[in-house]
Ligand binder design. Structure first.
Ligand SMILES: C[S@@+](CC[C@H](N)C(=O)[O-])C[C@H]1O[C@@H](n2cnc3c(N)ncnc32)[C@H](O)[C@@H]1O
Length: 206
């Protein structure tokens, strides 16, 4: 069961909830906080209960996180594949179905800022049209679902929004959004299947 309740916007429904983001431990810049890890694990558990949920879990821009069977990051010791994500997407390993693709890419920070916080790479995703097109083209073919943490709420063409979690950090930090998207071309419509089980509030936008 996903946390939140179903929302209906312009005829399509998804689960929506606002949650506190918690505090980073300071081990790795941009690391998932404990509440975010719990939310992601809840979604993973939800996916496993679906008919299409048995494939491996792929984690792109995985940083210091151990979530996922395959973890792609340029430099992190926790990564299984230490390579540029956009190169990895062209590799043989990428040409198979993944039940979930988790990603927490760099946001639109400047290269200088990215270097200063210690990332080995700083290619943004949501704010770069060629990069997000490369990801979307690959994801439409191979990703049954996508769990995407960003400073916006991306929804590549061809995906349905199953859930959206607004994560409120403390102080002056940026609000983050965790989007859970499903790929109807691979898993069928989740309109009826997913929504009633997702945790959140139900809101109707006429
Ligand atoms: C926001 S951090 C992810 C942190 C992760 N959520 C965690 O809990 O540790 C983004 C990561 O993407 C990596 N990265 C940036 N550009 C990349 C690229 N083109 N290919 C692979 N990794 C990249 C950075 O080195 C950094 O580890």
């Amino acid at each position: 069961m996903l946390p939140g309740s179903p929302t209906i916007i312009n005829g399509s429904s998804f689960v929506y909830a606002v949650k506190g983001m918690g505090t980073a431990s300071g081990r790795f810049p941009g690391e998932f906080t404990v509440p975010v890890v719990r939310l992601i694990q809840t979604i993973f558990t939800y996916v496993k209960t679906q008919q299409w949920g048995q494939g491996p879990v792929l984690h792109l821009f995985s940083g210091a996180s151990g979530l996922g069977d395959v973890r792609v990051d340029l430099s992190s010791a926790a990564a299984t594949d230490k390579v540029d994500v956009f190169e990895w997407l062209k590799s043989d390993a990428a040409q198979q179905r993944y039940s979930v693709v988790l990603l927490d890419p760099p946001y639109d920070l400047s290269p200088k800022k990215m270097r200063s916080i210690g990332y080995a790479g700083w290619k943004p995703l949501a704010t770069s049209v060629p990069h997000r097109q490369a990801f979307a083209t690959w994801a439409r073919q191979w990703a049954c679902s996508v769990v995407w943490l960003d400073a916006c709420a991306p929804k590549p063409k061809g995906f349905d929004r199953a859930a959206m979690y607004t994560l409120l950090p403390g102080g002056y930090h940026r609000v983050r959004i965790l989007s859970f998207l499903t790929n109807p071309a691979l898993v069928g419509s989740t309109e009826v299947v997913v929504k009633p089980d997702l945790p959140g509030q139900q809101v109707l936008f006429p």
